[in-house]
Design a protein around this ligand. Structure first.
Ligand code: SF4
Ligand code: SF4
Length: 281
């Protein structure tokens, strides 16, 4: 198994899977039944002893001590497989308009789509275990910690701290860099979701064309700031996590049992690719 083989096997599965579509028994509208949620995923790999992991844990302004290193999750860890599942064109375009209202399709992609991702991560895990390797999916571990700092504690630091961060792992695994909106911009854009699997499979790490620059792919064009319904994004101050979070909590009431917004992921230059031309071949 290598990353290219895994990516190709995974793409075939995702594109053909009936589970990667809005289902009749939970669709918010009949006419969106059958809409695919994700395009072919892209896959990157980080070495378990990449020094960036220790830095993520050591620096409070990144994640700090709550973050658990790969070997804390799986003592035999050698590699971390990071997977980006880009939203399908139908998902993305459905969320271009109506800034105060997430589209029905996108809400499904956010909630039921995430369940599909978890099931797909479990499938990748089974492929590795069938070859005799050990695995751990931190996002599905009961010991995963996610907590929100009080606003005064979050000054100059992330509002949410977690013992595992899909975006930081994806950055380390060469999949992309952060944007002003705090999403990760990959070579197929930032509109999508992440998953990851820790394993003792020896895999070649994916090179990071951006070095250690966390914002290399973002041009600071400011387009995402104009997409936010609550002005949580600005070129001067970046992302106001508290304002975004308050709005997100409101959507939990309005769109129960689903929630979300995602407007800053869509109709922006980094929606489906890297806008910084320095990094585009
Ligand atoms: S829309 Fe522009 S400023 Fe916002 S994350 Fe994308 S590239 Fe950066
Ligand atoms: S997800 Fe948050 S930051 Fe992005 S547009 Fe919505 S409220 Fe604004």
């Amino acid at each position: 198994m290598n990353i290219e083989t895994l990516q190709s096997k995974l793409a075939k599965y995702v594109l053909a899977s009936p589970g990667n579509a809005i289902q009749a028994d939970w669709a918010l509208r009949e006419e969106i039944v059958g809409t695919p949620m994700f395009d072919a995923p892209i896959v990157g790999c980080a070495s378990a002893d990449d020094p960036l992991f220790a830095r993520i844990k050591a620096e409070d302004k990144i994640l700090g001590e709550t973050f658990r290193l790969p070997n804390d999750w799986l003592p035999s860890a050698k590699s971390i497989i990071s997977i980006f599942y880009p939203f399908s064109e139908q998902m993305r375009k459905s969320n271009w308009d109506n800034l105060g209202v997430p589209s029905d399709e996108w809400l499904h992609g956010r909630i039921e789509g995430h369940e599909f991702i978890h099931a797909t991560d479990r499938l990748v895990e089974s492929w590795l275990r069938d070859e005799g390797f050990e695995t751990c999916i931190p996002a599905l571990e009961p010991s995963l910690i996610i907590h929100k700092r009080e606003p005064e504690e979050a000054v100059g630091r992330p509002m949410f701290v977690s013992s595992w961060s899909e975006r930081h792992v994806a950055f380390t695994a060469g999949l992309g860099t952060f944007g002003l909106s705090a999403h990760l911009i990959t070579r197929v854009g930032k509109a999508g979701r992440f998953g990851s699997i820790i394993t003792n499979t020896p895999l070649e790490p994916t090179p990071r064309p951006y070095g250690d620059d966390p914002y290399a792919y973002c041009t600071r064009c400011g387009a995402c700031t104009k997409r936010c319904p609550v002005d949580a994004l600005s070129l001067e101050h970046g992302k106001d996590f508290q304002t975004c979070w308050v709005y997100m909590e409101e959507t939990k009431i309005r769109f129960k049992p689903r929630y979300g917004c995602g407007k800053c992921q869509h109709l922006v230059p980094c929606e489906t690719g890297i806008p910084n031309k320095r990094f585009v071949a």
